[in-house]
Design a binder for this molecule. Structure first.
Ligand code: C2O
Ligand code: CU
Length: 473
């Protein structure tokens, strides 16, 4: 596929380019006080995506930057965001993974009207759970994220930390054209929508084509790894770092070594890793190894050794979050979810806006994926309605030739089984990656009232029908 060739070629070019001193400057995360309003503006900006110090691409960004500002709040507090739209297109802000009050979930057409150009919207983001989250538009997401609208949201655990410093590594996959601009001509291309989604030809970390993160000898880092790509599933190798996984999609997990030091991470997923750096100077390369391996970024260990006032605690496990975990499986509402469609799939027809349509008509309408035989849109009836507090048990079947990343809004679910085998290490997530033909079973306590989306986070798949919503009453 041409995009993969281009991806490899990008690495070749970036590897040969001289890295300016600016590449070594750390980025300062913006701190948001919980009690005051924080302004956040979506507007056009510029970013050097192709090579460090190289040509500037026109982007859309929060506060004009990509990624947008890192927003940090202590657990239990409320981030108050006065959002302004200075784009020429309506937009919203969705707080991915936050178990938020429904009216602030930011889904255009479901929980709010889109914020028109020049207009404002006030979001109250109450952070019940600590962990690594992110924010992005939920209106034409496939276009607005491809143009750079996303940022990282960190909810801090209370108490002493078992690491020296946290480092955000937000991976993104861009499609640039020959002018090193975002390839806008191919936005909405049906070929992408019916296949893997929009894949890019440049991989960035924190929107840097070759991030070199500097660290001290002996430092213990918490790496907050995010995949913010529209559609690309990443396979990242942290060679020599022996990372230990401490959280999935914000939720703590029993600490364990990352198998083969390699992370398979779907769009929208997060993984928090603890790495202990050696006492001497060394450079660690983080490689993308899906096909032809190339280096995405580096951790450069140099300078004086890390100093700390007191020894770090041995136990790296994170404190539990207040996610409702008492699943009542015997009284659960069963909801089957079958994904169909896409290229090389068996889908012949589906319901679209209440009418049965043949695949050819669906393709014409840009709706080539379905949940339970329905090529979804916001106009459809609820997939299900559930009384508040009841457990939902959801077996999901991926009856397509493509991987999908299924995301549930307003809740975190437990992944119970995969292809009939029990998932032994307890995991709570907001986005689950399903390989072609896989079956998983998830369950959650539907405790958050309102209308919530469930969709594939390959954003082209979502737009092309792989979406539904449910209501907690
Ligand atoms: Cu990250 Cu419905 O989205
Ligand atoms: Cu998908």
């Amino acid at each position: 596929m041409t995009t993969d060739l281009a991806l490899a070629r990008r690495h070749f070019l970036a590897g040969g380019a001289a890295l300016g001193a600016a590449a070594l400057l750390p980025r300062r995360p913006a701190f948001a006080a919980a009690t005051e309003w924080r302004e956040l503006t979506a507007r056009p900006g510029k970013a050097s995506l192709w090579e460090e110090g190289g040509p500037l691409a026109d982007i859309w960004g929060y506060d004009g930057g990509v990624p947008g500002p890192v927003l940090r709040i202590p657990q239990g507090q409320t981030l108050k965001v006065r959002f302004r739209n200075r784009l020429e297109q309506p937009t919203t802000v969705h707080w991915h993974g936050i178990r938020i009050a429904n009216q602030y979930d930011g889904v255009a057409g479901l929980t709010q009207d889109p914020v028109e150009p020049g207009a404002e919207f006030e979001y109250l983001v109450r952070a019940r759970d600590a962990g690594t989250y992110w924010y992005h538009p939920h209106n034409r997401s496939w276009e607005q994220l491809a143009r750079g609208l996303y940022g990282v949201l960190i909810v801090e655990e209370p108490g002493a930390k078992a690491y020296d410093r946290d480092v955000v590594l937000a991976f993104d996959d861009w499609r640039l054209d020959g002018e090193r601009q975002i390839d806008t001509a191919s936005l909405g291309a049906m070929h992408d929508w019916a296949h893997a989604g929009r894949l890019g030809n440049v991989l960035t970390v924190n929107a840097r084509p070759y991030l070199r993160e500097s660290a001290r000898p002996g430092e213990r880092l918490r790496l907050r790894v995010l995949n913010t790509a529209n559609a690309r599933v990443l396979n990242l190798r942290f060679a020599g770092l022996a990372p230990r996984v401490i959280a999935l999609d914000g939720q703590p997990v029993t600490p364990h070594l990352l198998e083969a030091e390699t992370l398979r991470i779907a769009p929208a997923q997060r993984r928090d890793l603890i790495v202990d750096l050696p006492g001497g100077e060394q450079v660690f390369k983080i490689d993308e190894v899906s096909r032809d391996p190339f280096t995405a970024c580096e951790i450069v260990v140099a300078g004086p050794a890390a100093e700390r006032a007191a020894a770090l605690p041995d136990d790296i496990a994170l404190p539990a979050n207040p996610v409702p975990k008492a699943l009542e499986m015997r009284d659960a509402l069963p909801v089957d979810l079958r994904m169909e469609g896409g290229a090389m799939g068996g889908m012949r027809e589906a319901m679209l806006h209440g009418e049965r349509k043949a695949m050819r008509d669906l393709f014409e309408a840009g709706k080539v994926w379905s949940f339970n035989g329905i090529a979804g849109s916001h106009h459809d009836a609820a997939l299900f309605t559930v009384a508040r507090g009841r457990t939902v048990s959801m077996p999901i079947v991926n009856d397509t030739r493509w991987p999908h990343a299924i995301h549930v809004h307003g809740h975190h679910f437990r992944v119970l089984s995969r292809n009939g085998e029990e998932v032994t290490r307890e995991q709570w997530r907001d986005t689950v990656l399903m390989e072609p033909e896989e079956r998983v079973e998830i369950a959650f306590v539907a405790d958050n009232p309102g209308k919530w989306m469930i969709h594939c986070h390959m954003l082209e798949h979502q737009a092309a029908g792989m979406m539904a919503w449910f209501e907690v009453t």
